[in-house]
Ligand binder design. Structure first.
Ligand SMILES: Nc1nc2c(ncn2[C@@H]2O[C@H](COP(=O)(O)OP(=O)(O)OP(=O)(O)O)[C@@H](O)[C@H]2O)c(=O)[nH]1
Ligand SMILES: [Zn+2]
Length: 306
């Protein structure tokens, strides 16, 4: 922190990257001023980064959290920095396993997951939403709502208002854009305003942006989140963060790399026998574990061939 003061004395101002245009970022300064600052194309800066700016020199401050996505070739793409919550959006038709994977990915990145069950205006939603709430309601905050009618959206607003900075993930068509529009009334207006900053004469599209919500809280809108439909997680991440295994935080397995199958001294199997973990959750875990293991083995075989 002493550092920050020095930078202040040398004329640098502290701010937050709120939009990323590839070759430039928009910084919101502590004074409330906003300004575009040029960056190198592969600078690695993302929306949510805290920075200091002196003239045209931008320095990134250490990050609290990073949310990234692995692509099919194993490359890692950073999506946003310093988020503290991740909203997993579901709707009728969301593939099973998506929610568990997304919760694991959020927790592994240090973000607290919450669930939005969207399209509750559809008749087929009620039963599914209730069943999902029955399993996850005691594990993570759960918001059944309709982005289209606005029903049920107020508790989510209230949650975000507590000062959370988050983003939504979900498979295509679940209503992430509709939800963003419902929560950020000025969104369309803001997109229009940003295009005025087209001073480079190219790269006019916003890659990613952070929106302050009326009343408090912030949401990041990143096209890259759309591909999060294929949430990529590792076996150790799954074994540590599977929703329903919260008891592991206090009660650990004998082996650090325990996969909770037949290992001696397994805390998950202990909790199963005492009802601290439900059979239903455990069976779902075993299915997902098998899938993640198969994907990792396939990736390894591809690497050996190289
Ligand atoms: N009935 C109903 N339809 C909804 C609701 N929210 C979104 N939709 C519809 O679902 C479709 C997809 O909505 P989007 O907001 O584009 O979904 P998305 O998740 O952003 O989709 P991608 O951009 O493909 O990732 C649109 O036809 C919406 O009108 C809702 O609450 N109820
Ligand atoms: Zn175990």
């Amino acid at each position: 922190m002493g550092n920050r003061k020095q930078q202040g004395e040398s004329g640098a101002e502290q701010g937050l990257i709120v939009s990323h245009f590839g070759v430039a970022v928009e910084v919101l300064f502590e004074t409330g001023e906003r300004r575009m600052v040029k960056v190198k194309r592969n600078s690695g800066h993302v929306v949510g980064d805290q920075v200091t700016v002196a003239g045209e020199v931008l320095n990134r401050l250490p990050r609290r959290t990073e949310l990234s996505r692995r692509d099919a070739r194993g490359g890692v793409h950073l999506l946003a920095a310093n988020l503290d919550v991740l909203g997993v959006v579901l709707a009728p038709g969301t593939p099973s396993g998506f929610l568990d994977r997304a919760i694991v990915a959020a927790r592994a990145a240090g973000l607290a997951p919450f669930v939005v069950f969207n399209k509750c205006d559809l008749p087929e939603s009620a039963e599914l939403s209730d069943a999902t709430a029955g399993v996850y309601g005691g594990i993570v905050p759960f918001f059944p709502l309709s982005a289209v009618t606005g029903a049920g959206i107020e508790p989510l607003r209230e949650f975000l208002r507590q000062g959370h900075r988050g983003a939504f993930v979900g498979t295509t068509g679940v209503g992430k854009s509709s939800l963003m529009n419902a929560l950020c009334p000025e969104l369309n207006l803001k997109v229009g305003e940003l295009s005025d900053y087209n001073w480079t004469g190219r790269h006019t599209t916003t890659v990613s942006s952070l929106h302050a919500l009326p009343g408090g809280g912030e949401l990041v809108d990143t096209p890259g989140f759309r591909d999060f439909g294929l949430v990529d997680i590792t076996v150790p991440e799954l074994a540590a963060w599977f929703p329903g295994f919260e008891a592991l935080q206090d009660h650990r397995c004998r082996f650090n790399d325990c996969r909770h199958r037949q290992e001696p001294g397994c805390a998950v199997r202990d909790e199963l026998s005492t009802g601290g973990i439900t059979q239903e959750r455990y069976q779902t875990y075993l299915l997902l574990l098998g899938e993640v293991e198969a994907l990792e083995e396939a990736a390894q075989r591809r690497n050996w061939k190289k």
